[in-house]
Design a binder for this molecule. Structure first.
Ligand code: NDP
Length: 362
């Protein structure tokens, strides 16, 4: 605790503000200027559609190219340790930013908002606010996830600075995060069909989630990994890679299957034409095995992020346990939503895909 208090000074807060502000502004400018495929979102209540520019993957690699050149080319081997050194000041600055952005968004949308002030602040007043032509909801995933990645990487830089090595457990977590996050941006087009993008207004809940919760809480395993310099047995490495690969296959495979089906009803899944219930619910591929195997796969991925830390400290497991709770609850909520939307069709689907998340168990 004393260490945290010592790291927060006026100077460190000023530096953190410059780092955080510079980072968000740079990503915003890149989002505006870098080329990218254009994709129309779903039809909105007023019949219009938003056109999204999908340049997240190019931005992701631009950031990593800059970090790579500065680290290897310019010889700054401890470059990102600065992020780790400013973790707590950055957390404070990110919170201030999230609350300020919530206020600005509320002011921007309040003329058309008819609900309560608290509701408008918490859930937002507008579905798709944009600044200078950039859709803020889609944009905010970028500082959120690239920020998370930089923080996770900063723990590896800090380990190298402190111990002169980047250990196998640290490498594993770094590689798993890289694949997971690069793949998010590769799949950015699929985001336009997610519940948050289609249906949630942009208020404190999503803003704080993007700018604070995801980067600062999802990186938590890094704290434990810094001091874990002992090697990992080859069998453990193989097991962790298998867990990650299986989780990734379930998570990305099922999301991809649903996306393909939603955008092309004649798509084939696992080499056969997609089978449906009533022409509306996919019952082929993973969606015939379980109703939320994408959630199961994601939970496996988060355990693969964390298990390299061993069992010395349970704090690293807060994230996968929290995500398990969140997704189990979400699966239950989504079932209720789908039953209300699809009625008997949903019951028929449930009789075909009997399990929610784990075949024969749940
Ligand atoms: P899903 O991608 O599973 O979407 C659920 C929706 O898909 C349903 O409401 C329904 O909507 C449609 N659907 C469900 N079953 C079928 C079917 N058999 N055939 C056709 N359509 C179907 O969930 P989310 O949007 O919640 O999550 C998207 C991804 O984001 C997931 O992979 C999840 O793991 C991840 N996620 C990650 C979080 C994190 O913090 N890391 C947090 C939350 C989610 P419709 O009305 O369109 O039919």
């Amino acid at each position: 605790m004393q260490e945290i208090l010592d790291s927060v000074t006026l100077v460190s807060l000023a530096r953190a503000s410059a780092m955080f502000g510079g980072f968000v502004v740079a990503l915003f400018v890149l989002s505006r200027l870098m080329p990218g495929r254009r994709l129309q979102g779903v039809e909105l209540a007023d019949g219009t559609r938003i056109t999204y520019k999908l340049n997240g993957l190019a931005i992701f690699f631009t950031v990593w190219a800059a970090v790579g050149v500065a680290t290897l080319g310019l010889g700054h081997t401890t470059l990102l340790a600065v992020v780790y050194d400013h973790f707590w000041p950055l957390l404070i600055v990110a919170n201030i930013f999230a609350f300020a952005m919530t206020g600005v968004l509320y002011l921007q949308g309040r003329r058309r908002w008819e609900g309560s002030v608290v509701g408008g602040l918490f859930y937002g007043t507008e579905l798709n606010p944009n600044w200078l032509g950039v859709d803020l909801k889609m944009f905010s995933y970028r500082p959120s996830l690239i920020g998370l990645h930089l923080i996770v990487a900063s723990f590896a830089y800090a380990q190298y600075r402190q111990h002169g090595v980047v250990s196998t457990p640290m490498w594993l977590t770094q590689i798993f995060f890289f694949i997971y996050l690069a793949n998010y941006f590769q799949f950015e087009y699929g985001m336009v069909h997610t519940w948050d993008v289609i249906a949630e207004r942009f208020g404190w809940m999503l803003v704080w989630g993007d700018y604070v919760l995801v980067p600062f809480f999802y990186s938590i395993v890094g704290w434990t990994l810094i001091g874990r310099t002992e090697p990992l047995a080859p069998l453990a490495v193989t097991g962790l890679c298998a867990l990650f690969a299986a989780g990734f296959w379930l998570f990305r495979g099922s999301n991809q299957q649903k996306h393909r089906y939603k955008t092309d009803r004649t798509a084939s899944i696992w080499g056969r034409p997609a089978e449906t219930v009533g022409g509306r619910l996919l019952v082929s591929g993973f969606w015939g095995v379980g109703r939320h195997l994408n959630y199961t796969g994601e939970i496996m991925i988060y355990f693969a992020f964390t298990l390299p830390a061993g069992f010395g400290s349970m704090s690293a497991y807060l994230l996968p346990l929290w995500l398990t709770g969140l997704l189990v609850h979400r699966a239950w909520r989504d079932d209720r939503r789908c039953r209300a939307k699809y009625g008997e069709l949903w019951d028929e689907y449930c009789s075909r895909a009997k399990f929610r998340m784990v075949p024969f168990i749940y």
